[in-house]
Design a binder for this molecule. Structure first.
Ligand code: HEM
Length: 320
């Protein structure tokens, strides 16, 4: 294998073929001066992906004038919405494809606001053109979680981009105004169980709702750019009441009225089977981190045709 092309150099990115042959990332042929030169093969390895990770991490550090001071939460949401369209019956959807680049998927109501995350990653794609959008978006989620002091998230590349024909139908992602039956329908379709639904929902320790995106408003925790088990603790410890406002039905904490819960979040303590996991994770951050890491790796890999024996890597954190 050889060095990646330096931007601005004379190399031409000639074409890429599927990952299958190498089992990781894309296989790129570099032509020196067009078709006549001998092609050089570039097969990206761990260090190449670590370099992409480092670039995302330094952009996260640098661009701190967004929302609560970080693009991290919206990067996690992009990776989740790319993956959460998976349907285990038909094998359609999932992070393989990055079809949210195209209408109609980009216009689905659930994806409102995710352009901010896609645009944030665009300069990274320009600097490392050999990575697929679908591998990049998931690497963005992995990097954001680790840099926001979350657990290590093992990663492997191998996703291939697809065109607009791969867009999934609307309605595959959860509706925040609904409760436990809906959550089970949506997440069982992806292949998750009750424990995994609760572990995944702990991501709402991060970020906030935006009135101009989902219609809901406010953060779930007091530290929305650091991953902790606070989401579970707050669910159990605070008194939650309906917020009086013109927007969609959501809860606010009685004490400060500055935090929020969606009807779908409250379902986790209204349903006995869900609630026992909320209690476990509220009491034990280490358990939450372990289960969250396992379940997010599963989420991020749904429907991806990895090569046999492809290994997962753990990236070194940069600013965490
Ligand atoms: C359980 C069902 C879920 C529902 C109903 C739901 C719903 C929502 C809604 C309505 C928002 C606000 C979007 C906005 O206005 O910007 C949001 C944000 C967010 N969601 Fe979820 N979500 C769910 C599960 C998940 C999962 C599984 C993850 C990741 C593992 C996740 C990660 C996030 C993050 C990080 C944000 C904050 C984004 C930001 O700050 O821009 N959510 N979610």
């Amino acid at each position: 294998s050889s060095e990646p092309a330096k931007s601005g150099g004379s190399n031409i990115w000639a074409w890429a073929i599927g990952a299958g042959a190498l089992g990781a990332g894309g296989l790129w042929y570099l032509n020196q001066d067009g078709a006549s030169a001998t092609p050089k093969v570039f097969a990206p390895k761990f260090d190449d992906y670590q370099a992409v990770y480092n670039e995302i991490a330094s952009r996260l550090e640098e661009k701190d004038d967004y929302d609560d001071g970080s693009y991290g939460p919206v990067l996690v949401r992009l990776a989740w919405h790319a993956s959460g369209t998976y349907d285990k019956e038909t094998g359609t959807g999932g992070s393989n494809g990055a079809t949210m680049r195209f209408a109609p998927e980009s216009d689905h109501g659930a994806n409102a606001g995710l352009k901010a995350a896609r645009d944030f990653l665009e300069p990274v794609k320009a600097k490392f053109p050999w990575i697929t959008y679908s591998d990049l978006w998931i690497l963005g989620g992995v990097c954001a979680i680790q840099e926001m002091l979350g657990p290590q998230i093992p990663y492997r590349p191998g996703r291939q981009d697809r065109d607009a024909a791969g867009c999934t139908p609307d309605g595959r992602l959860p509706d925040a105004s609904q409760a436990q039956d809906h959550l089970r329908n949506i997440f069982y379709r992806m292949g998750f169980n009750d424990q995994e639904i609760v572990a995944l929902s702990g991501a709402h320790a991060l970020g906030r709702c935006h009135a101009d995106r989902s219609g809901f408003d406010g953060p779930w925790t007091f530290s929305p750019t650091v991953l902790t088990n606070d989401y579970y603790k707050l669910l159990l410890d605070e008194k939650w009441q309906w917020k009086k406002w013109n927007g969609p039905k959501q809860y606010e904490d009685k004490k400060t009225k500055s935090l929020m819960m969606l009807p779908a979040d409250m379902a986790l303590i209204q349903d006995k089977k869900f609630k026992q996991w909320v209690e476990k994770y509220a009491a034990d951050n280490e358990l939450f981190f372990k289960d969250f890491s396992n379940v997010i790796v599963k989420l991020f890999e749904l429907g991806v045709p990895f090569a046999e024996n492809s290994e997962r890597w753990v990236f070194k954190t940069v600013n965490a």
